[in-house]
Design a protein around this ligand. Structure first.
Ligand code: NAI
Ligand code: MG
Length: 398
């Protein structure tokens, strides 16, 4: 019996293409596991009125580790229209299965490493006085994944008791004349427990992997209470980590510094929304969606997924042209999480070698338009990229 049982959830669109590629790489690198299939995504919304069926939740609860491709989400009204005729008008409401998984298993840590590979033509370059330089980016974003503005506590036309409670705050006075039906409220709720956990895990990560600084990227000068709590927890923990600097940046300034000195940042911690923003920003410096991997980690369950979505416009291309690297790097994060770090390193080294050699490049690495002509313009197929990575793994293991 295999030591690991992993719930594989390809989902929709290119999720179904890149996930099997990651499994091929894992196998070639000598990782033995049994994969149990989990249904998730649009198909199940349409057929069953639930994009995250209970049977998939049960599988995750049982096996604890999920490898997830991507899903398709559509706006509320489109979702309602596409629902199977027999399910129409029965009260089904579409919810994102990703948010569902995060909330269900309290996957409160979202970790998004953004590391440049030498030779990646998509790496950020910066103009200097007399030329250009390519700063080496190696930043890991720790995004709080379950609270803040994305927790979903919000109203348009808030009920009277909510409105009354808000009116106990002196700053609500300026909204006194606004009728409730013209008022939209999205709350930003932080708990000390979650702030503590994400800051603690960020410091531990910095210590383990030799990062010299942890930056709290929030906005405590304006959002005093929530950002302030994150800042406070970081200040409390910092004395336990001699040798690691604690920095504070505001999200707006951080985005400006993104292209000025990204190489200075080690671990960055942010609440849900700012973490979403800053992690996309850093991912853009190291290759974008074809390279952006992530982990969603709770106390009990963890799910690993590329940052990209289902890219419907490329789903039916044959051969497929999408870059499998983001999915493959996500599976390396899974290996790190379960302690199979040597295998993870073997795979990352192979990815690095393929990128450095530059003989095999996906369309996104060539800055050409994706589409049926990409391959005739020199781009590799999805499977060829995987094959190139596997070849490097096998060469090293010989
Ligand atoms: P997307 O990430 O699916 O694609 C945007 C564009 O990025 C693509 O058209 C393609 O040009 C490029 N791209 C994405 N993945 C790539 C890869 N592996 N290699 C090369 N190029 C790649 O985002 P979009 O188009 O906004 O959304 C499409 C669907 O995916 C929507 O239904 C959306 O709701 C869903 N989505 C799901 C996510 C998830 O499952 N985590 C995240 C983002 C969007
Ligand atoms: Mg995002």
């Amino acid at each position: 019996m295999a030591k690991y049982k992993i719930v594989k959830m390809p989902g929709d669109g290119i999720g179904k293409i890149v996930l099997p590629e990651a499994l091929r790489v894992l196998e070639a690198a000598g990782f033995e596991a049994e994969y149990v299939h989990g249904d998730i995504g649009w198909e199940f919304w349409v057929k069953e009125g639930n994009a995250l069926p209970q049977r998939t939740i049960d599988l995750l609860a049982e096996h604890k580790i999920g490898l997830f491709g991507a899903i398709t989400s559509k706006p509320k009204d489109t979702a309602a229209k596409e629902l199977a005729p027999e399910l129409q008008d029965k009260g089904y409401v579409y919810y994102s299965p990703i948010v569902g998984m995060r909330q269900k298993f309290d996957l409160d840590l979202c970790i998004r490493p953004c590391r440049s590979f030498i030779g990646n033509p998509l790496n950020f370059i910066r103009r200097t006085g007399d030329g250009f330089e390519e700063p080496e980016v190696n930043t890991v974003i720790f995004r709080q994944n379950t609270e803040g503005l994305y927790a979903g506590v919000e109203w348009t036309n808030p009920p009277d008791n909510v409105r009354k409670a808000m009116e106990t705050h002196p700053k609500m006075a300026k909204f006194n004349d606004t009728p409730s039906e013209d008022l939209a409220v999205s709350t930003r709720i932080f708990t000390r427990k979650a702030c503590h956990r994400i800051v603690y895990e960020a410091f531990e990560h910095a210590k383990k992997f030799g990062y010299q600084n942890v930056t709290i990227c929030e906005k405590p000068n304006v959002i005093r209470e929530t950002s302030g709590m994150m800042r406070e927890e970081a200040k409390k923990l910092h004395p336990n980590y001699p040798g690691i600097d604690l920095w504070h940046t505001n999200i707006d300034a951080q985005m400006m510094w993104l292209t000025k000195n990204p190489e200075n940042y080690g671990v960055i911690v942010a609440g849900n929304m700012f973490g979403d923003i800053v992690s996309d920003g850093f991912a853009g410096l190291v290759g974008g969606l074809g390279f952006a991997c992530s982990a969603n980690i709770g106390k009990d369950v963890a799910v690993f997924e590329p940052t990209h979505g289902s890219a419907p416009k490329y789903t039916d291309l044959n051969p497929s042209i999408v870059n499998p690297i983001a999915m493959i790097l996500s599976s390396c994060m899974m290996l790190d999480h379960i302690g199979e770090t040597d295998t993870a390193t073997r795979i990352r080294d192979a990815v690095a070698t393929v990128i450095k050699e530059g003989r095999v490049r996906a369309y996104d690495m060539m800055r050409i338009k994706g589409g049926p002509d990409a391959i005739s313009q020199g781009a590799c197929s999805t499977q060829e990229m995987t094959d190139a990575i596997i070849t490097k793994i096998v060469e090293k293991m010989r």
